[in-house]
Design a protein. Structure first.
Length: 159
């Protein structure tokens, strides 16, 4: 038998330690939580992505009584960017969430499996890492690539 150790590198910053452009991206993700339609879970998620050309696009989660047709904030922003700017690489995404009391989560909220897979596809499509900033009131996780939190990913080279 062989064992493999898989490690992830996640840096933790306070908001005031982030560079100005990262802080602005996180702030926009926090504001995007106001656009959430989360009448069932009362869990509002916002995302803001930055394209290589500097444009920023927000997304918010949208729920439906038929849960399978819900859309996460991350994919909402990524798909909007892909539809509007298909040739422009996505270089960063910030994600923030508010709980049922309307407060931002103390710990950063991590993307779901579907969003992680979409982010893997973005990295493959544009041949570059997608920087991820996950906001929590106790700190912001900064991750250099989706592969750092999804090391055993399903990619097109396996097809």
């Amino acid at each position: 038998m062989e064992q493999k150790l898989i490690e992830s590198k996640i840096q933790v910053y306070q908001m005031d330690e982030l560079c100005v452009s990262d802080r602005q991206l996180v702030d926009k993700a926090m504001l995007a939580t106001n656009n959430s339609y989360s009448k069932y879970s009362k869990f509002s998620v916002g995302a803001c992505i930055r394209l290589k050309n500097g444009l920023e696009i927000i997304g918010a989660n949208h729920e439906n009584a038929a849960y399978p047709v819900c859309m996460c904030a991350e994919r909402s922003a990524l798909f909007a960017a892909g539809a509007q700017y298909p040739d422009e690489p996505v270089v960063a995404i910030a994600i923030a969430a508010r709980n049922s009391t309307g407060e931002f989560t103390t710990e950063p909220v991590s993307p779901c499996g579907s969003c992680r897979q979409a982010m893997i596809e973005i990295e493959q499509r544009y041949h570059q890492a997608l920087r991820i900033l996950l906001y929590g009131t106790k700190g912001v996780y900064v991750i250099d690539s989706i592969r750092d939190i999804m090391p055993l990913s399903f990619t097109d080279d396996q097809l």
